[in-house]
Design a protein around this ligand. Sequence first.
Ligand SMILES: [Zn+2]
Length: 68
Amino acid sequence: MVKDCPKCRLVNPPSAQRCDCGYDFVEKQVMESYLTEKDQAQLKENEQAKDSPWAFLRLISRFFRWFG
Ligand SMILES: [Zn+2]
């Protein structure tokens, strides 16, 4: 049985004891996340990169290279 996190709805493997968000399936309460600060910073960076206008501009310029 996979474990649905009641906090963030992330589906965790049956062996998971704690969700990425910090919810502990054993304690049934939110604990400190296992993710290190570095991991979280990396995640945040990825999020920002996705929303960056530069990413969109790169996509546009690639489009014009194909059809221009
Ligand atoms: Zn979670």
